[in-house]
Design a binder for this molecule. Structure first.
Ligand code: GUN
Ligand code: ZN
Length: 662
């Protein structure tokens, strides 16, 4: 796929008019690469914050800088407040005490107080203390809820945490303040807690109360908690996950929208003689070899690691940072789902996470770009990824067949299907009143959609396994129940064609350019807009070499261009006008404040700040009409966010305008 034609990776450009606290630079679903501004410099997210405990340093802050290039640290303000260093840290500041030049986040000690059982410090005091020692980011004192606590307990904790978050805002000074989502294992409480935080003018939103879930490998519940929390959180603020210790869960956390996570696990595991990898944990005492290329293992031996926990801690931290880098690269490549699926195979408890994601696919699909990367199959769960779910849904809801009597169901074959099955299709269309549907692993594909993302871009094995085949059968049956065809017949070789000629005599027209062009528009814009686009005298400009459609002209005017990268259309101004005349508000629209519309008429991008509403069915990457508040057509362009994000964000472009009215 050509990167310049694919989904644009730069979503919210960095600091155009003033220094911003948080900007999103690239995204993949809920995951994003961002830039968090602090008084001690910017931090790129997702970021891992190694926890340092000033009173028991297994790795020094200097090592964090020199060996690990740690961009940001976490330390516990409660431990400093309670300890011998209280006066010193008040005098020297937390940066002075730790000798760390970059940004530092402090935690309020909610977790320690929960573990040790008594509350010694008030919310007000610990927040003032964090501000006084110069923390860049700090946390209000939340009430930690255990996952197995009763509902009424968890509910009371949520209420008290919200009250304290609000109170803490008065004492934060210049420090960016985090409020924390609690609510135990109760999804509705988590969402409510998150919604409460979204209403407060906090700079950071944290998710807490998950350490016991992670320690007990209750990953499915962790995923439920992350989804339920994310549903209530504002998308324009960074999300911190408290205590996301093991790199095995980093990918999942990022996939579900977390931007920051702190980990003390690298040290805790080391004291306990456990070595981390991105796919599990090994006891140092069982090691016969060091199968790791980190600078520690490269120059060490299992024996040395057994004697020296600080070597193990260093290894653990190298592995943790490496996983963060791999996650960022996966976001850039549109491969984060694949990454998380692969990681999930590391432990059966993690594999259960994929079933949780499957249950929430409707929610996750709302954030999924229209097209991004080449989806690779990693296992039967792959077919439930948002991109495939969307494909099935749009085929079910938007596809209109060419009006043939029968459907010939072809097995998965070489792609693009219209080339791979060229001979069969030619005979089919000329000799029978039948249309061809490929029974792909992720759902039925009408042959004319064979170039549309993700059909042409995805890579599946020839034998995907029984579970996938059963699902494919169920998807096909759901499609056939739509009643587009009188009957369906499975392709079993030449005799199938004979049977079709007998049972559905005549010919069909499903292979023509016009039908293909319309089917893609149905899929992308919906039938109503598609009818508006194609009303009149249709001509195509085709590629001389491949004979594929490039441009669509209607009544001699260029209305659509077909992208080679994802097989979907780019909307021209004339196409936008056609849709605008025939399709009602708010469909396919992004509404901007009438006063700012003149900028967009000149071709400038729509900034999220000026969006007043948008079609809830629009996805990032989708072609849109930009209209003013009176529904006057202003421009056509490409959405960079969904509606929820456009309405939440105050920074960055929401629509990249391609053609304005002027
Ligand atoms: N560290 C680990 N879990 C938590 C939590 O729930 N709240 C806070 N403040 N810190 C934590
Ligand atoms: Zn190592």
């Amino acid at each position: 796929m050509n990167a310049s034609e694919g989904f644009p990776k730069v979503v919210w450009a960095a600091g155009t008019f003033c220094r911003r606290m948080f900007e999103v630079l690239a995204r993949a679903g809920l995951a994003r690469i961002g830039r968090l501004g602090t008084a001690h410099g910017p931090v790129e997210t997702p970021a891992l914050l190694p926890v340092v405990n000033a009173s028991s340093l297994i790795l020094t802050p200097q090592e964090m800088v020199e060996e690990f290039r740690a961009p940001i640290l976490m330390t516990n303000a409660y431990i400093l407040w309670r300890g011998e260093d209280r006066e010193r840290v008040l005098k020297e500041g937390v940066h002075g005490l730790l000798g760390f030049p970059g940004p530092i986040m402090t935690d309020s000690g909610a977790f320690q107080q929960h573990v040790y059982g008594k509350v010694e410090v008030s919310n007000e005091d610990i927040v003032k203390f964090q501000a006084a020692i110069g923390a860049d980011l700090g946390a209000a004192l939340d009430v930690f809820s255990e996952p197995d606590e009763s509902r009424s307990h968890a509910e009371a904790g949520v209420e008290e945490t919200l009250r304290r978050s609000e109170e803490a805002l008065q004492h934060r000074g210049k420090m960016a303040l985090a409020g924390t989502v609690q609510g135990g294992r109760f999804a509705d409480l988590r969402t409510r807690s998150a919604e409460g935080l979204s209403r407060l003018p906090l700079q950071i939103q944290a998710i807490g109360g998950v350490v016991p879930l992670m320690e007990a490998y209750r990953f499915a519940e962790l995923a439920e908690v992350l989804v339920a929390s994310r549903m209530g959180l504002r998308p324009d603020r960074p999300i911190h996950l408290f205590g996301a210790g093991h790199p095995i869960v980093f990918g999942l956390a990022v996939l579900l929208g977390c931007d920051l996570f702190d980990s003390a696990a690298y040290a805790k595991y080391a004291y306990d003689g456990r070595m981390m990898t991105a796919w599990g944990t090994r006891r140092v005492r069982d090691l016969k070899r060091l199968a790791c290329a980190c600078p520690v293992c490269r120059d060490s031996t299992p024996e040395a690691l057994r004697r020296n926990p600080s070597l193990v801690a260093r290894h653990n931290l190298h592995v943790s940072f490496q996983e963060v880098q791999q996650i960022k690269q996966a976001i850039e490549e549109g491969r984060l789902w694949e990454h998380v699926e692969r990681r999930s195979r590391a432990h059966p408890r993690l594999l259960e996470v994929l079933r949780v994601l499957e249950r929430h696919v409707d929610y996750l699909e709302r954030f999924e770009p229209l097209s991004d990367g080449s989806p690779f199959f990693t296992g039967p769960e792959t077919i439930w990824r948002p991109v495939f779910h969307r494909f099935r849904k749009r085929v079910l809801e938007r596809y209109r067949p060419p009006g043939a009597k029968a459907a010939l169901i072809l097995p998965e074959g070489p792609r693009p299907y219209t080339r791979g099955y060229r001979r069969v299709l030619r005979e089919l269309f000329t000799q029978a009143d039948a249309h061809a549907i490929v029974k792909s692993a992720f759902g039925p594909v009408p042959v004319e959609l064979d170039g549309v993302y993700p059909v042409a871009q995805s890579v599946f094995p020839a034998l995907p396994g029984v579970e996938v085949l059963e699902a494919a059968e169920a998807f096909l049956q759901a499609f056939l129940r739509k009643g587009h065809f009188e009957f369906g017949l499975l392709w079993e070789g030449a005799e199938s064609l004979e049977e079709l000629k007998r049972r559905a005599p005549g010919s069909a027209s499903g292979g023509e350019d016009l039908h293909r062009a319309r089917a893609i528009a149905d899929y992308q814009f919906g039938p109503e807009a598609s009818d508006a686009l194609f009303r009149g005298d249709v001509e195509f400009v085709t590629s001389k070499r491949t004979h594929r459609i490039r441009n669509v002209l209607v009544d001699k005017v260029h209305v659509l261009s077909l992208r080679a990268s994802d097989g979907l259309y780019t909307l021209k101004w004339a196409g936008g006008q056609r849709i605008h005349r025939s399709v009602e508000m708010p469909r396919l629209r992004v509404v901007v404040e009438t006063e700012t519309a003149p900028f967009n008429r000149q071709g400038r991008s729509v900034f999220a700040k000026f969006v007043t509403d948008a079609d809830p069915d629009l996805r990032p990457g989708e072609e849109v009409l930009v209209v003013d508040q009176e529904d006057g057509l202003v421009a056509v362009g490409r959405a960079l966010m969904n509606r929820e994000e456009m309405l939440a964000f105050d920074v960055g472009p929401a629509v990249k305008v391609r053609e304005g009215s002027d």
